[in-house]
Write a protein that binds this ligand. Structure first.
Ligand SMILES: [Zn+2]
Length: 368
């Protein structure tokens, strides 16, 4: 840490206001010290811990001065402190950044500090933002998936360089070069949810994890050190592939993932039943014809459709079937029956996610 005598002190490029009335010093990862010059009212209003610390001006480290302002030396990581101060100064704009896959990573450091300094309102805002990125209902899940599908279509017709410019973004294409850069990443969200007690993100995050290929690692796919692999990974990302930060999962969450993934496959027979079962369709006008059409639909689904994809994604599969059923020559009674069965099974799948993944949905004490 102490490489050449005293560590280098640097002023933060933006969080150093000349008219600020206090300088906070915090160590960087490399041992240097970063200085923030801010208004102490931001700290005292948001944190009872800082209020107490700063109410004793002569106490502790406050005897030192830098650029004419009193210095408070903190042991917190400078990067995490910078994120926290950024939020304190720009709460409104920061809280509006939705669906950013790196939000949980950034939020974790801030949440640790916000907890340490008892900044409850800030903590609540951050938790709310993280939770808002993850669907709480089947309807919200469908909405997110259709937005991803829409973004995929747009990206397929646009040249790669078009994707990151402002024009494309304002035309509805989300920020970032790839789909994977524009939608929430499940493993870091699960880790945050476990550490800070945010069970509401778990069902959708675990489902997303279960339909993600475990060999598709977030960092590996963005690491360009091996040229051959990098090309392959970039192609996968450019085609709308999704990744997860697999290394962030704790052992218990890994077990939940494995368990839930197997459970998802088991829905295949329920989905097939929804297509083929005549139970409850006494009013079918041409059972011979409808049975043949139902068989065609099932065959298509299993041989070429989402029925053959593993891991099986039953929510996508049933959504797909709801879209294709009208193209089969079924009698009205059968078409209505299959539709209502598919809708029933889908809702059942969504409702069963906490059980399938063995999730404890009780909010931990640390949320309050
Ligand atoms: Zn029929």
């Amino acid at each position: 840490m102490d490489r050449t005598g005293s560590p280098i002190l640097e002023r933060h490029p933006s969080l150093y206001y000349p008219d600020g009335d206090i300088v906070l010093c915090a160590p960087r990862a490399n041992g240097d010290v970063l200085a923030f010059r801010i208004d102490r009212v931001y700290l005292t209003r948001s944190s009872p811990v800082f209020r107490e610390l700063l109410s004793l001006p002569s106490a502790g480290n406050m005897t030192e001065a830098f650029d004419g302002a009193p210095v408070l030396r903190l042991s917190d990581d400078a990067a995490e402190l910078a994120n926290l101060l950024e939020l304190l100064y720009n709460t409104v704009t920061v809280s509006l950044q939705r669906l950013d896959p790196s939000s949980p990573l950034r939020a974790m450091g801030v949440l640790r500090l916000a907890t340490k300094y008892a900044m409850d309102p800030l903590r609540k805002i951050i938790m709310h933002c993280i939770q808002a990125d993850w669907p709480q209902t089947l309807q919200e899940w469908d909405y997110l998936q259709s937005s991803i599908a829409h973004a995929r279509e747009l990206k397929h017709v646009a040249a790669p360089t078009m994707l990151i410019d402002q024009g494309a973004e304002s035309a509805g294409v989300p920020r970032g070069a790839y789909i994977d850069d524009s939608y929430p990443e499940p493993a870091s969200a699960i880790r945050l949810a476990g550490e800070f007690g945010l069970p509401g993100v778990l069902p959708a995050a675990f489902y997303q994890l279960a339909i993600t290929d475990p060999s598709a690692d977030w960092d590996e796919y963005r690491d360009g050190s091996d040229a051959g692999a990098a090309w392959e990974h970039q192609c996968a990302l450019a085609n709308g592939g999704r990744t997860a930060r697999w290394g962030m999962l704790e052992r218990g969450d890994l077990m939940r993932f494995l368990r839930g993934r197997t459970k998802l496959d088991e829905w295949l027979s329920d989905v097939e039943d929804a297509l083929t079962s005549f139970l409850g369709t006494a009013e079918c006008v041409d059972a011979f014809h409808c049975e043949r059409e139902r068989g065609n639909c099932r065959r298509q689904f299993l041989l070429e459709g989402p029925g053959r994809t593993r891991p099986f994604d039953p929510l996508y599969a049933t959504r797909h079937l709801l879209n294709v059923i009208p193209h089969y020559q079924l009698c009205g009674a059968c078409a209505r029956h299959i539709r209502s069965e598919l809708l029933r099974v889908r809702q059942e799948i969504w409702d069963e996610i906490p059980t399938m993944f063995n999730l404890s949905m009780a909010s931990s004490s640390s949320t309050s």
